[in-house]
Write a protein that binds this ligand. Structure first.
Ligand code: COA
Ligand code: MG
Length: 290
């Protein structure tokens, strides 16, 4: 699957912003019925999201509404509003166990069946944003074939841990890494927490670099101005592609004369290095089709 680099949150109770999203170009649009919609407006959010779904889907972007957690008592009605033919998937806040993922998958299955949609066609992206969820990350990632990605939520995790958020993010470094590793082990994409200082472009760039360095394949955006920075950060750079090309060319030439490891610019190039380089070229060619 082509990685989802940028996912734009749009408050589900805000028709003006939902309308605005139609003209934007994130890889995915995430109308939010969870924490982006106040408790008193959940019903309005469901109605607005549901009525905007067809036009959002028509943009050709992946549409992935976010619904409230299984413990909220809201998820059933949220899912009814969030699922329609053409929806790529749903994302669920505050998921903490494999059992919850199985239960959500079952609820989605019933809606698919009732609406004549292909079984299993709706993807699921659980949010891992509590200590328990971090500990259960691999089980959450592998609980259902619907799970194609997981989202790491740093703000709720900080609340759960009773700790302050800092610009460097060192306080969530373990959890952030653990989510990435679990996602990789389960062969699903890891998506990073939003960067909340939305006017600070350099800060966002730094945060994207850190996330990419850990293995995240994309990141949530909360403001239109973040989309381009995120897309750029999670696409292979020209320098990365050029370096990968040199590695592959040099290695192929060496291999044809029977060498397994070579030296290039003072570094050793062997099988894992070449494999990574081929991965970058493959990703770049898939991205160029976007
Ligand atoms: N989706 C779609 N449009 C958005 C948007 C979003 N997430 N965020 C801002 N816009 C629109 C605004 O409506 C505005 O359009 P307008 O000038 O036509 O009215 C334009 O982009 C510029 O917005 P700006 O004035 O810079 O920001 P703001 O002060 O209106 O909004 C936030 C700032 C943070 C409140 C807003 O970006 C937002 O609500 N983001 C999503 C928050 C969210 O979903 N949180 C929960 C998940 S963590
Ligand atoms: Mg959250």
């Amino acid at each position: 699957m082509t990685p989802i680099r940028s996912l734009l949150f749009v408050p589900g109770n805000n028709p003006r912003m939902l309308g605005k999203a139609l003209g934007l170009a994130p890889d995915a649009i995430v109308p939010d019925m969870e924490d982006g919609a106040p408790m008193g407006e959940k019903e309005q959010a469901r109605a607005a999201v549901s009525s905007f779904l067809p036009t959002l889907i028509e943009t050709g972007r992946r549409v992935i509404p976010r619904v409230n957690s299984t413990s909220s008592g809201l998820i059933g009605r949220d899912l009814e509003a969030a699922i329609a033919p053409g929806v790529f998937g749903v994302t669920v806040g505050k998921t903490a166990s494999a059992g919850e993922v199985e239960a959500i998958s079952e609820m989605i299955f019933k809606i698919e069946l009732a609406r004549g949609m292909e079984r299993g066609s709706v993807a699921l992206i659980p949010w891992i944003e509590s200590a328990l969820a971090v500990v259960n990350a691999y089980e959450i990632c592998s609980a259902s074939s619907r799970v194609i990605a997981v989202a790491f939520g740093a703000e709720d995790l900080a609340n759960d841990m009773g700790i302050e958020r800092t610009e460097s993010g060192e306080e969530v470094a373990y959890a952030r890494s653990a989510v990435c590793t679990a996602a990789r082990a389960a062969d699903v994409q890891a998506l990073d927490t939003p960067y909340v200082r939305f006017r600070d472009e350099n800060g966002l760039r730094r945060d994207c670099r850190a996330a990419k360095g850990l293995g995240f394949k994309g990141k949530f955006a909360i403001h239109p101005s973040q989309i381009e920075v995120i897309n750029h950060a999670f696409s292979p750079s020209d320098a990365e592609v050029e370096a990968a090309r040199r590695i592959v060319t040099a290695f192929d030439a060496a291999e044809s004369v029977g060498k397994g490891a070579i030296s290039l610019d003072g570094s050793m190039v062997d099988a894992p290095v070449v494999k990574r380089a081929r991965g970058i070229l493959d990703l770049a060619s898939r991205m160029s089709g976007l």
